[in-house]
Design a protein around this ligand. Structure first.
Ligand code: NAD
Length: 246
């Protein structure tokens, strides 16, 4: 029960890494604010979380809209009165080669993967400063080093590293730790959109020779959200089967 008595908000938690993280947190005793734009998926996920015996508040909100994020935090505070953990997980891809990438593809990915992360981080930091502390975990990607067809996505995932370190420096004196997990390929719907041949190429340089599971990623996030990482801030942890060495 690493998170007993704590309240955690996980964005993009209707499925995939976000849902697995919320489940791992619930098993450790945290109350959960579960966010997504997918209302149906969110309802199902909330039932699964409640079945684990914890309080769960599902909030439909688009993290890239400040007004939605403000409403989300006010609902969370009305219900729980505190926030200890934020996992900035919501993210999308709109892949295309540079010369074909449209303005819409570019802006949408920047809005969700970067601006949304900033809005949620800023809102959480305001509450946590008043709380006396907190933990924020942002989700980047191995794609932050650059990836063919992902000029938009790679840019946001590199930017999340800068945002993490800036926030970690600014918020440390307020007892708020800010860290980042950078996943390699993880078996979620996002990965299922990747063509088989591209996936084979992705796996080839991974020393562990496989993709990761959402639970493996969630356990890394749990470490950064728990007291077990109490002297760690501004860190980027690769959860990628050793891909970073390739
Ligand atoms: N799966 C991978 O291989 C992988 C690798 C590296 C990084 N990541 C990152 O991990 C995070 C989660 O990825 P996943 O694989 O679970 O993806 P996923 O597509 O399975 O789930 C993402 C969830 O975010 C929600 N979402 C999208 N836009 C949103 C918005 N504006 N507001 C609120 N919710 C929104 C979606 O509805 C969905 O439920 C993302 O940030 C992604 O970039 C994933």
């Amino acid at each position: 029960m690493e998170l007993k008595g704590m309240v955690a908000l996980v964005t993009g938690a209707a499925q995939g890494i976000g849902k697995a993280t919320a489940e791992v947190f619930a098993k450790e005793g945290a109350s959960i604010v579960l966010n997504d734009i997918n209302e149906e998926g969110l309802k199902k996920a909330a039932k699964d979380i409640e079945a684990l015996g914890v309080d769960c508040l599902p909030v439909v909100a688009n993290t890239s809209l400040l007004s939605d994020v403000e409403k989300m935090y006010s609902q969370a505070m009305d219900k729980f009165g505190r926030l200890d953990i934020l996992v900035n997980n919501a993210g999308i891809t709109r892949d295309s080669l540079l010369h074909k990438m449209t303005e819409e593809q570019w802006k949408l990915v920047i809005d969700v993967n970067l601006t949304g992360v900033f809005f949620c981080l800023q809102g959480a930091a305001k509450i946590m400063r008043a709380n006396g502390g907190g933990r924020i975990v942002n989700i980047s990607s191995v794609a932050r080093y650059g990836n063919v067809g992902q000029a938009n996505y790679s840019s946001t995932k590199a930017a999340v590293v800068g945002l993490t370190r800036t926030a970690a420096k600014e918020l440390a004196r307020k007892n708020i730790r800010v860290n980042c997990v950078a996943p390699g390929p993880i078996n979620t719907e996002m990965l299922q959109a990747v063509p088989e041949k591209v996936l084979e190429k992705l796996i080839q340089p991974i020393p562990l020779q496989r993709v990761g599971t959402p639970e493996e990623l969630a356990n890394t996030v749990l470490f950064l959200a728990s007291d077990k990482s109490s002297y760690i801030t501004g860190q980027i942890i690769n959860c990628d089967g050793g891909w970073f060495m390739a």
